[in-house]
Every structure is written in structure tokens, then in C-alpha cells.
Design a protein around this ligand. Structure first.
Ligand SMILES: Nc1ncnc2c1ncn2[C@@H]1O[C@H](COP(=O)(O)OP(=O)(O)OP(=O)(O)O)[C@@H](O)[C@H]1O
Ligand SMILES: [Mg+2]
Length: 500
């Protein structure tokens, strides 16, 4: 008779249920694994055999066949060890078949029978809850999987502990949800002297999730300002935290066990590969843009990024998801992030300073920022200059406003937006509003409308540019708690759009 265990195969953040069937029949001793396993899955045989030996069990000297169904779904990763072992144990009548069939299991076995943590416990738990099953995963993955709530999570340290649990010798308590240890506290905006305009842009970007580009000479504080963005963003909503953590789980970034309410702040270097930034490569892993889902993607020294990478970002920025192609499937990852970028005005960095600019000015500035294509530049709703702060100002300037005060205004503006978009799926901030919805929520005064159409005509704004100005103006009005969008809100928004 065939014994069954269940596990999952990952396709993006989706975990698809896989049935592991095991039949033991008379014949020459053999252990066969079929059903499109990759190399790591094929090697599971050896680890299962060794883990059984460590428990004092020998595989029967018969023909053991394990099938992973559906057979056409590729099976990748090391998490198939545990379900294969469970199916074999059930077929050997060592563990009760009905109890094993009621669970989705994932985990890697080491040769001594202990369970090694694997990626993806959180999406696997979501799939288990949908299938009305429990979840079995290695002990370190338990706190992460338990967040799903609707599923009973058993997180043993070893295969032996699990067998003892099933046979009633030593029952294991269900795993409890864990909280990630708090990260390092974000630094405070008060440390940044001057740069009032850039700080204001940072606040507007945080309030409405708009994309922001800062341009300024070396050492003016651009990287410093960007590093303070996490400190003014509100914490993730519970549903957002779950979505973000599913992606982090697949990337193996929830090693500490718990899920976090802190918004992701990802800072890939400009030498990072396309696969690292966009996703893909071996196993079609999520890239930095997906790891930044519901958070911030900070690209420091934007013009230094390879052109191909920058151009690839255009579509995900617009749609909020990315399709990663792989040999036999397409995998979709969400990536709704705020793009924050910093750049020098030119290669030497001192374009604005006649005394220090190089001989090639102003052409070198046009060449350098020209590496950012028009369509990508068009996606930055907010563009600000961060000029050099004079040394005497640095010493004398009073400390600026602390992050906490800015964060409070941002939180209030986000609350206004949440109430406004409560009934509209997929929209939570002004940056998400489009078309008719945008027209409906941005009740512009007569004055404001006139200014908008004047600017659009005079500067030849693209349709996207026009809508982006309205969105930013809506956010500026929200920061002031103003129901209509007034002329001064539009004027400020236009100023950021046309800075360069
Ligand atoms: N406005 C400022 N207020 C206080 N300190 C500042 C300011 N600007 C720069 N500094 C000091 O200079 C250092 C360098 O700043 P930062 O790295 O942010 O510059 P940057 O604009 O990113 O330069 P680059 O273009 O070279 O990357 C900071 O760590 C800080 O000590
Ligand atoms: Mg910098």
C-alpha cells in the first residue's frame, strides 16, 4: 500500500502542494526517487538513509519507490528530505500514516538525523492553512511559520523527536510566533544640518510613497539623508508585514525566526548583478526590488548603475510586480517599493561650484545625469538639489527637527490616505491612485487647476508627469490636513518635478 506525506514546491511566493508517495515492494533492494527532482532532491535519498541509520533504523532490503506528484512540477531545494523521510517511515509502519497525511512537511536532514532550517517556511505555512493541514518544519523555522495562525506548527529539532511525537512517546508543543529582534535604531534627522528642502522632500516621499531623487556635490549629506528615511516611515501594517516576510522567507532572510514590522530598506551596490537586483539566477530567487516590497529601495550613486539594470526597473516601478523568467516557468514576485536615489551632478561632483568645476563643465553634467534615461527620470515625482553646506553653517546651525516629529506628521498623512482608500483594493497611498480615482480624490480648487494646465502647457509635461504632479500635490495637502488641493500645493509639487 502507498504511504503519503505532503510538502510544497515554490513558484515565486506561491507554494504549491506536492504529494510524496512511497511504496515498498518485493524485489532487489533499491531506493528510487522519481517526479522531476533536481540534484539536491535526488541527494535526499542518501541523507534520509543516513538519518534513519542514526535513529537505529535500517531501510528494508526491498524495492523502495518514492514519487513526487504532480510529476511535471519541478522540485528544487533541500526541503524535500523531511517529507521523503516521513513517507518512507509511514510506509515502514514506523510512524502512523494518518497523522503524517494531515501535515505539510519541509526540512533538510543532516546525517545525524537533526533537522536543518530551510527557506520558505512562511509561504509553506500559508499553503498548509489553505489545504487545512498542519505544518512540520525544523525548530528554527517554527516561530516564522507560526505567524500564519490558522495552522498548527510542529517544529522538532530532529527526525527522532518527530517520530517520538507521532508515536506518543514525547509530544511536542506547537511552535509560537516569534518577533524579530529589533534592528539597529535608525539614525535621526536632527543630525543633518541645513538641507531643509531635501528634508521636506523626504517627508513628502514618506507620506505618499513617492519616488525621490537627490542630486548634490560629494559630502553634502545625500547618503546621510537617505539613511534617515526608515526613521520617518510608519511601521508595516500586519498584512503588509506578512507579504514582505513571505519574500524574505524565500530569500532566507528570516533566520532569526520572527517577522518584523520594520519597513525594508534595501541598499544594493551599483556593482550588484542584474539577478541580484531584479531577481532570478539559480532557483529564480527574489531580487533586491522584491526584498524592498512595501519599503524603500535606495540606489546610491544612481548614474553608476549599469544602464540595463536601470532600464529593467522601469516596468516593475509602474506595475508593482516583476516576472522572473526561468528555464521552465515564469515566477512573479511583488515589488511595490519607494525608489530613493542619490547622484552627484557630474563625474567630478562640483558642477554647481564655478571655482571647483572641471574644465568639461557644463557638458560633463549633462553626460553624467544623461545616463539616467528620460523615462526613468520621469518616474521620480520628487527631485531635489542638496547643495554643499558651508563649514561655518555646519558648526553654527541649530539641531534640526528630530525624526520623531516628522514621523508623526507622516503617520497622520498615511492615516488620512488609509481611510480614503479603505474600499479600494491595491491602493493604500496616493502614489497608487490612478485615472478616475486620482481625479476623484484630488479635488483641486479652480486656482490650482489653472496653474496645473498652465504648467503642463508651458513645460510640455507628459501624461504621466501630469498625474504624478497631482499625486504629489495631494500628498502635500494631506500633510496639511487640507481636503481640497490648493494652488500652493500644486506649486510646490511642480517645483520638485521641474528641478532638473
Ligand atoms: N548637512 C550635513 N549635516 C551634517 N553633517 C554632514 C552634512 N553633510 C555632510 N555631512 C558629513 O559628511 C559626511 C558625508 O556625507 P554623505 O556621505 O551623506 O555625503 P554624500 O552627499 O552622500 O556624498 P557622496 O556624493 O560623496 O556620496 C557625513 O557622514 C557627515 O559627517
Ligand atoms: Mg553618498
Amino acid at each position: 500500500m502507498v504511504a503519503r506525506a505532503y510538502t510544497v514546491a515554490f513558484q515565486g511566493v506561491e507554494a504549491r502542494l506536492v504529494e510524496v508517495q512511497c511504496a515498498i515492494s518485493a524485489g532487489l533492494p533499491a531506493f528510487n526517487l522519481v517526479g522531476l527532482p533536481d540534484k539536491a532532491v535526488t541527494e535526499a535519498k542518501e541523507r534520509v538513509r543516513a538519518a534513519m541509520t542514526a535513529m537505529g533504523l535500517a531501510l528494508p532490503a526491498k524495492r523502495i519507490t518514492v514519487n513526487l506528484s504532480p510529476a511535471d512540477l519541478p522540485k528544487e531545494g533541500s526541503h524535500f528530505d523531511l517529507p521523503i523521510a516521513l513517507a518512507v517511515l509511514a510506509a515502514m509502519e514506523v510512524a502512523p500514516r494518518d497523522a503524517i497525511e494531515r501535515n505539510v512537511a519541509l526540512g533538510e536532514l543532516s546525517l545525524d538525523g537533526s533537522l536543518v532550517p530551510v527557506i520558505g517556511a512562511l509561504p509553506a505555512a500559508v499553503a498548509a492553512a489553505e489545504a487545512d493541514c498542519g505544518l512540520i518544519c525544523p525548530a528554527p523555522c517554527g516561530p516564522e511559520a507560526a505567524w500564519v495562525g490558522a495552522v498548527q506548527v510542529i517544529a522538532p529539532k530532529s527526525l527522532l523527536a518527530l517520530v517520538n511525537h507521532f508515536t506518543g512517546r514525547a509530544a511536542l508543543a506547537p511552535a509560537q510566533p516569534g518577533l524579530a529582534p529589533p534592528g539597529v535604531a535608525p539614525r535621526d534627522l536632527a543630525d543633518v544640518k541645513g538641507q531643509e528642502k531635501a528634508k521636506r522632500a523626504l517627508e513628502i516621499a514618506a507620506a505618499g510613497r513617492h519616488h525621490l531623487l537627490m542630486v548634490g556635490p560629494p559630502g553634502s549629506g545625500k547618503s546621510m539623508l537617505a539613511a534617515r528615511m526608515p526613521g520617518i516611515l510608519p511601521p508595516l501594517e500586519p498584512a503588509e508585514a506578512l507579504e514582505t516576510s513571505m519574500i524574505h522567507s524565500l530569500a532566507g532572510l528570516l533566520a532569526e525566526g520572527g517577522i518584523s514590522r520594520e519597513r525594508p530598506f534595501r541598499t544594493p551596490h551599483h556593482t550588484a548583478s542584474m539577478a541580484a537586483i531584479v531577481g532570478g539566477g539559480k532557483g529564480a530567487k527574489p531580487g533586491e526590488i522584491s526584498l524592498a516590497h512595501h519599503g524603500v529601495l535606495f540606489l546610491d550613486e544612481l548614474p553608476e548603475f549599469p544602464r540595463a539594470v536601470l532600464e529593467t526597473l522601469r516596468q516593475p516601478i509602474e506595475t508593482g510586480d516583476v516576472v522572473v523568467a526561468r528555464a521552465n516557468a515564469h515566477v512573479r514576485y511583488p515589488c511595490r517599493f519607494m525608489l530613493l536615489a542619490a547622484a552627484n551632478p557630474c563625474r567630478c561632483g562640483h558642477l554647481a561650484d564655478a571655482a571647483r568645476a572641471c574644465a568639461r563643465s557644463p557638458d560633463c553634467g549633462a553626460d553624467y545625469l544623461g545616463r539616467i534615461s528620460g523615462p526613468l527620470m520621469d518616474r521620480f515625482d520628487l527631485r531635489v538639489e542638496a547643495p554643499q553646506v558651508a563649514v561655518e553653517d555646519l558648526a553654527e546651525a541649530a539641531p534640526g527637527e528630530p525624526s520623531a516629529a516628522v514621523a508623526a506628521r507622516v503617520a497622520r498623512a498615511r492615516e488620512t490616505q488609509r481611510t480614503r482608500y479603505a474600499d479600494i483594493p491595491g491602493v493604500s497611498v496616493n502614489a497608487d491612485a490612478e485615472g478616475d480615482l486620482l481625479d476623484a480624490v484630488a479635488e483641486t480648487t479652480e486656482d490650482a487647476r489653472r496653474l496645473l494646465s498652465d504648467v503642463a502647457r508651458k513645460f510640455g509635461l507628459s501624461a504621466r508627469g501630469y498625474h504624478r504632479v497631482i499625486r504629489v500635490a495631494r500628498t502635500i495637502a494631506d500633510l496639511e490636513d487640507s481636503a481640497p488641493v490648493e494652488r500652493r500645493h500644486v506649486a510646490e509639487a511642480v517645483g520638485y518635478r521641474l528641478a532638473f
